[in-house]
Design a protein around this ligand. Sequence first.
Ligand code: ZN
Ligand code: ZN
Length: 422
Amino acid sequence: MLAGLHDTRGRREDFYRDLHAHPELSGQEARTSAVCAERLDEWGFEVQRLGGGVVGVLSNGEGSTVLCRADMDALPVRELTGLPYASTATATDEAGATVAVSHACGHDVHVTCLLGAAELLADRRDQWGGTFVALFQPAEETASGARAMLDAGLEQRIPRPDVAFAQHVLGLEAGTIGTTIGPVMSAGDSIRITVFGRGSHGSMPHLSVDPVVLAASIVIRLQTVVARELERGVFAVVTVGSSVAGAKSNVIPDRAVLLLNVRTYDGEVRRQVLGAIERIVRAECDAARSPQSPTFEYYDQYPLTSNDGEVGARVRSAFEQHFPDRLVELGRVTASEDFGLIPDAFGTPYFYWGVGGFAAGVTAPPNHSPYFAPRIQPTLDTGTSALVVAALAYLGDGLDSAAPSVDPLGSSTGSQQRHQPR
Ligand code: ZN
Ligand code: ZN
């Protein structure tokens, strides 16, 4: 099956460069989803477009149903990689501002690899049995795309998957695959907290309830949630990313707005941390004689991404067979993902892994950096074969031909690396 990698490699690389040069913001993935739908249709998938995404179902007789998901959106980041195919695109964001756009999170790698896997599986239907579902999701970066596809009726529109997979290109060495069992990406919560004071002249603070002092006190006190309330070794992050109040030195404003970001790996810890934040904010408002209760608005909420043990063991052993010496322990990533909402809606176990994209021995620019520039190869070959190998661990039961007849990475025959990350 993976022998086909070599024949289609050039097309995948061209597709990737084109996609990289044409990034689209979250919720605006019109061109990307049209291209995905067109390709899937061409290869015999039954294609549906819903919630801004695309889902293709390839039924191939008896067997399990496997869903693979790729996210399609780019970020409002001005690309500074200097690559010849770097993005110069701009778009209008939700606030109406014109922003530079680039694939600074590498979702173009995910789309290219999933299309590559879909093509290989469609091409070699004699080598597997079951149903393969390729799902292209919008708006991962705003935590809204998986939800949008579910709200548009995804559960009724495709067969229930027995297992689901997704991957992310990360700062690992290109050609390697990073896996971990259990929690792999954190649950993420953003909270907009508004606290109220009483405005006054800057020279007459005794007539005010000063929300600037109140907010400052809250910011300091919130540092004790992780440091003083959680057991040693339990992971959580509480970050105050924004604190805004007032506009002039001689006016005491009447409110302050704090934006918080919280990351956790455990539902109980998450409840404990969110509870502590609300308790501290309310108590500080009381202490400051705040005239009105604070408000808490939760947004950009990501579920915990936690890999199933049984599925993980099966896929890892398939990876070990096909990628000898290329498997690394990923550990937990503090970033978050909305992928889990899709398998969770079906009650389907899943496995999510990392694909390396960078030269060995260099500190890769992190995802979301303007310098984020994955190597084209062996990254695309690895990501494409990883999806095929994982899918065949369920769709190729007992089929000897599922084994690759060539080095699945094909790194020695792949096109030469053109650009180093910087
Ligand atoms: Zn991202
Ligand atoms: Zn991402």
